[in-house]
Ligand binder design. Structure first.
Ligand SMILES: Nc1nc2c(ncn2[C@@H]2O[C@H](COP(=O)(O)OP(=O)(O)OP(=O)(O)O)[C@@H](O)[C@H]2O)c(=O)[nH]1
Ligand SMILES: [Mg+2]
Ligand SMILES: [Zn+2]
Length: 304
């Protein structure tokens, strides 16, 4: 029978069969996807074939993926983790307070999604906790990211009506990601009480979340509408990309970089007549974006 992987624990999978029933499955034998070294061969969102002869189903085949999104494992070198397969957009939940998401983290997530050609949406959550200074920053960031075609929303998932966000989910499969404690599960529960995910506290000491959601799980909202709640991540390791490629994944640099004197060999670090450096100096490319570009191009660590 054909089905979609709704939840993965790494050894067990919940697969929704085309009959609408959820089956608990394991992977039988070795399933290999060509060219990818992954810690998890089967991901949430995968279309699979299952064999239901035993009391526990077996996943026997993964159908070709339309796309997937990977994050490099920061602990194990050379390993990548598929966050989900067959998705239409990434919804990145970030916060300016409790915990504070860094712009470096935001840009790494956006670049990763862009590398897999997955459109991105930014949700600034916990608006109720933001002071006047924070509200000004929120306004600036909204302007910055809207300017590079990332849709931005600000909300307090705890108190506000999320209908605007529900609207952009329609007829799409959306991967919801972000640091632990930013309110991903709170937002999804508000969007649909049927989701009913557990919610965690924020540690008083570190002001960080407590990794309440432990496995990625997909929930149906309406017909052809799915959302995937994921465990919070601390760092977002970029998958291998060469230095030239990185500026391709910054939409504001993509066309401009063709104007650099050294053309495609320019890495926009300190080369003469660099169109990107000029644009940073005249303010048409945001300094924070350029600094995060540099940290990625120079291969600095992912913890910023
Ligand atoms: N003040 C305020 N608190 C919020 C808001 N949204 C979520 N929270 C709180 O933030 C804490 C963490 O929320 P979760 O929804 O569990 O966060 P998460 O992103 O799913 O975290 P992980 O599952 O650990 O990745 C809870 O105490 C929520 O009540 C908000 O808009 N305002
Ligand atoms: Mg959660
Ligand atoms: Zn350049």
């Amino acid at each position: 029978m054909e089905g979609i992987v709704m939840r993965s624990t790494g050894s067990f999978y919940d697969v929704m069969g085309i009959d609408g029933v959820k089956y608990n499955c394991r992977v039988r034998g070795k399933i290999r996807l060509e060219g990818i070294k992954e810690t998890n061969p089967v991901a949430v969102g995968d279309h699979v074939l299952i064999d239901l002869e035993q009391d526990i189903g077996s996943i026997t085949e993964i159908m070709p993926r339309r796309n997937h999104i990977l994050r490099k494992s920061v602990k194990k070198t050379g390993h990548s983790h598929v966050l989900a397969a067959n998705i239409d957009q990434l919804l990145l939940v970030v916060t300016l307070a409790l915990p504070r998401t860094s712009l470096g983290f935001i840009d790494r997530c956006l670049v990763s999604a862009e590398a897999f050609r997955i459109p991105q949406v930014l949700v600034f959550n916990k608006k109720d906790l933001v002071d006047d200074e924070g509200l000004q920053l929120l306004e600036e960031l909204t302007k910055l990211y809207t300017g590079i075609d990332v849709s931005c929303f600000s909300i307090s998932a705890k108190y506000d009506d999320p209908s605007e966000i529900r609207e952009i989910l329609k007829r799409k499969t959306t991967l919801v990601a972000g640091h632990s404690g930013v309110g991903k599960s709170t937002l999804l529960n508000k969007i649909s009480p049927a989701i009913n995910q557990p919610i965690g506290d924020i540690s008083d000491f570190s002001e960080k979340g407590k990794h309440t959601t432990t496995f990625a799980e997909m929930f149906p909202l309406d017909e052809n509408t799915f959302v995937i709640d994921t465990p919070g991540v601390k760092e977002w390791g970029l998958v291998d990309m060469n230095q030239q490629e990185i500026s391709d994944y910054f939409p504001e640099m993509r066309d401009l970089r063709l104007m650099c004197k050294f053309g495609s060999r320019c890495l926009h670090i300190n080369e003469p007549k660099c169109a990107i450096i000029d644009a940073v100096q005249n303010g048409s490319i945001a300094l924070s974006r350029y600094e995060n570009y540099l940290s990625m191009a120079l291969g600095e660590d992912n913890r910023k």
